[in-house]
Design a protein around this ligand. Structure first.
Ligand SMILES: [Mg+2]
Length: 352
């Protein structure tokens, strides 16, 4: 079965409130919806611009134009082969590639009449997701934490990395506000130097923190290892791992305890599977994370996670913060968990 056409169109969603992290802030989420069209059906994917891979809506549209021209007529049976072709056309642009890769898996599921997680073999029924609290003042942090607890979330990810003293206060106050049962993980988004990171991790240890993401700059693997070796809390690499080569280097150097995999960082499900395999072989559990994504690629991340024993954590929460997101379906949120719909492909309905 061959690709007849690849369509793509940008969509914008306003966020419910500005999202601030150590590396910047944003008010609007951009996504580019991708449709791979064949005579036997249409697969839907999504590409999300982000600062980690330095992709913008413009670079994604340019890359997708090239893929739509060059992949026409291509046989869809071998998704790995199509990924190899995309890599030969453009070296980087992982989010644009993820858009096509996700659409191809959706199409495979629809053609087989099964959810995508069944293609790989389902390992789990549902994934617990955290809800992220951006950098905000103490009172707003507590209000958000309590609101999310009341909505059923059982895990929170608190963004830190701009002000060490404030960060410790916010984490302490959040733990006191939500009680001991809530899972709390934190993410510094590269905001600290090595010494500050080690200091703050020792200070927040009493508040029962599950893991700390990316305390130092993405390219400072030696620094990341130094933090890990001196930290009482497990360290997760996020911005440091975009490719399987990054994952291998990180694992060999024992620079972190876990890896946060994002479909937009690595180029889609095909490459996420490769990174997860390397992580698993080296004893590192993984998290499935997200950018400012809509329900299409959040569903893709969910199906990937459900099919892999080693994906232990999920941070699949961006869709909760979007206003006017026209993508529907895929999964439901129930008691802290994302539960997939048992529909073919990713079970998404996207309105044009
Ligand atoms: Mg992160």
């Amino acid at each position: 079965m061959n690709i007849k056409k690849i369509d793509f169109f940008p969509v914008q969603s306003e966020r419910k409130e500005p999202f601030i992290i150590a590396t910047g802030s944003s008010n609007i989420a951009h996504n580019i919806i991708v449709k791979v069209i064949t005579n036997d059906g249409v697969g839907i994917g999504n590409a999300c611009p982000n600062s980690v891979t330095k992709e913008t809506p413009e670079t994604i549209l340019m890359a997708l134009k090239i893929f739509s021209d060059e992949l026409k007529g291509e046989n869809i049976d071998d998704i790995e082969e199509i990924n190899t072709k995309m890599d030969s056309l453009l070296e980087r642009n992982p989010s644009a590639k993820a858009g096509v890769d996700i659409a191809l898996y959706d199409l495979h599921g629809k053609i087989k009449g099964m959810p995508v997680f069944e293609i790989f073999g389902k390992k789990k029924e549902k994934m617990l997701t955290d809800m992220t609290i951006g950098i905000m003042d103490l009172e707003a942090t507590i209000n958000h934490a309590v609101e999310y607890k009341n909505r059923g979330f059982k895990a929170l990810k608190i963004k830190i990395g701009l002000d060490k003293v404030e960060d410790v206060k916010r984490i302490k106050a959040t733990r006191e506000a939500v009680g001991e049962d809530m899972i709390i993980r934190v993410d510094a988004n590269q905001g600290y130097d090595v010494n500050t990171a080690i200091e703050i991790l020792k200070e927040i240890e009493p508040y029962n923190i599950e893991q700390v993401e990316q305390p130092v700059k993405w390219d400072d693997l030696a620094g990341l290892k130094e933090v890990k070796d001196n930290s009482p809390i497990p360290i997760t690499a996020d911005e440091s791992v975009k490719t399987k080569e990054d994952a291998f280097k990180l694992a060999q150097g024992k620079c972190a305890d876990k890896i946060n995999i994002k479909l937009m960082k690595c180029g889609g499900i095909t490459k996420a599977l490769e990174i997860n395999k390397i992580a698993e072989e080296n004893g590192l559990n993984t998290m499935i994370g997200c950018m400012s994504e809509n329900r299409i690629s959040i569903s893709a991340g969910l199906h990937f996670a459900l099919s892999q024993e080693n994906v232990r954590y999920a941070d699949l929460d961006s869709h909760f913060s979007l206003i006017d997101d026209d993508t529907k379906g895929g999964f439901i949120f129930e008691d802290g968990y994302l539960v997939p719909l048992s529909k073919a492909g990713f079970g998404i309905e996207a309105e044009e």
